[in-house]
Design a protein. Structure first.
Ligand code: 2IT
Length: 447
């Protein structure tokens, strides 16, 4: 670890000791950029690391709402506006009971470098609430979203901060949030992405994160003269990212054999496709049910309270759920079962210890900030279309997404090579993202 990076990490831990996820994200990036700091003392003089770890603005607010029984509920809302050096703040909103300031800061920090890698002009932010949409009626979700936006609207805007979805925030929630923003501001603008296709959304935005991951893995395998055809893949979620990843992976000839959620994991050795894939797509968005329903409906194995990583033999593991879902023991089990590629579709799903296990075993590992950047990249394309007041065809958007993903893959490999870690995607992604953001900050002075 570089001495300057170590000093700043220690200062972050001392100042905010109760933010382990944020410490983890900062440590991973700052460990990677050691060779850059060695070669460029100007970043230290400009206190770039101290500025990167301090969000430009943190907004925390009360979100009161009335449930279907007439009882008053109170949740906590957040928006962490991390860094605007290369564009307006941009990043998703997460509605999940695990949301707190640490998770919001880690996600905003990751988003800053991810957005830089897309090459589009977007700064980094994240927001959300500890509200749990599971088990809530549509009207409860609507009232919650309206209350959330009643505070958030004064802090965002199409040239200021453009939120989108993340875990627990999909098309339904974006609709309610957009409706309330429009009503409060009396303005129809591209203030959110992931909008409905009939009112400013972009074709391919729903598919983009999953497709992007499949494009990224394809590039990784191509460096070894290999492809997705015939590969067995384990995934852990069944939401938007997982669903469209499965669709593209199947198109590329692979077989995806698991889905899961916080209750357990469904193992389908025949692979998810056709009718089963269509059901998976509707499982949450239409039926609002657990992954167990899939196992029941298609008569396959359901393992309660188990993660797929522990028992499934796969060539490729694609965590699509939550931070730190792959721990060291899970990583060891994957390696023992012959897994050769781990590609993060979620944000920071591997612990630092798990990544270490993969490195030791020579498993190819791609970090989320590179591999899952297709979602936010296509959000950037939605912003462009909104600004121009026109819509591109699916082929146009998908073509740009594909080009962006191959570009990110290339940028990771080039940065890794240039700074002495050839083939190391994590180091390459962190360095490439860091250089773009840090250089913009240098140009813009002490702000
Ligand atoms: O983690 C992510 O990149 C997202 N949730 C998407 C953010 C966005 O603004 O589309």
């Amino acid at each position: 670890m570089h001495e300057y990076a170590r000093e700043v990490i220690e200062a972050v831990k001392a100042r905010d000791p109760l933010e382990p996820e944020f410490h983890q994200a900062v440590t991973e990036v700052f460990e990677s950029v050691a060779p850059v700091l060695d070669a460029h003392s100007e970043y230290r003089q400009a206190r770039i690391l101290e500025r990167l770890v301090e969000p430009e603005r943190v907004i925390m607010f009360r979100v009161p709402w009335v449930d279907d029984n007439g009882d008053i509920q109170v949740n906590r809302g957040f928006r962490v506006q991390m860094n605007s050096a290369i564009g307006p703040y941009k990043g998703g909103l997460r509605f999940h009971p695990s949301v707190n300031l640490s998770t919001m800061k880690f996600l905003g920090f990751e988003q800053t470098f991810k957005n830089a890698l897309t090459t589009l002009p977007m700064g980094g932010a994240k927001g959300g609430s500890d509200f749990n949409p599971k088990g809530k009626s549509d009207s409860e979700v609507m009232r919650f979203c309206q209350s959330f936006m009643t505070e958030l609207y004064r802090h965002i805007g199409p040239d200021t901060d453009v939120p989108a979805g993340d875990i627990g925030v999909g098309g339904r929630e974006i609709g309610y949030l957009f409706g309330q923003y429009k009503r409060l501001k009396n303005e129809f603008t591209g203030v959110l992405t992931g909008k409905g296709l009939g009112w400013g959304g972009s074709l391919v935005r729903p598919e983009a994160t999953g497709y992007g991951v499949a494009y990224f893995i394809t590039e990784m395998l191509a460096t070894k003269g290999d492809s997705l055809a015939g590969k067995t893949i384990a995934i852990s979620g069944y939401g938007n990212v997982g669903t469209y990843f499965v669709q593209k992976a199947v198109e590329f000839g692979a077989k995806v054999v698991s889905i899961g959620d916080e209750y357990g994991c469904a193992f389908d050795p025949d692979g998810i496709s056709g009718e089963k894939l269509a059901y998976m797509a509707d499982l949450w968005t239409v039926y609002r049910k657990s992954a167990k329903e899939y196992a029941d409906k298609f008569d396959c194995e359901w393992r309660p309270e188990t993660k797929p990583w522990r028992f499934i033999k796969c060539d490729i593991a694609v965590p699509t759920a939550m931070q730190n879902e792959i721990e060291a023991e899970d990583a060891a089990a994957l390696v023992a079962n012959g897994c050769q590629v781990v590609c993060e579709a979620a944000n920071m799903p591997c612990t630092s210890e798990a990544i270490h296990v993969f490195e030791e075993a020579g498993v190819m590992y791609a970090p989320g900030k590179a591999a899952n950047a297709g979602g936010v990249a296509t959000s950037g394309l939605e912003m462009s279309q909104n600004s121009m007041r026109l819509s591109w065809s699916s082929d146009e958007v998908d073509g740009r997404l594909h080009q962006i993903m191959t570009g990110i893959h290339q940028a990771c490999l080039e940065a890794a090579e240039r700074f002495g870690s050839p083939g190391d995607y994590a180091t390459g992604a962190n360095i490439a993202g860091f250089l773009k953001v840090a250089n913009a900050m240098m140009d813009q002075g002490v702000v």
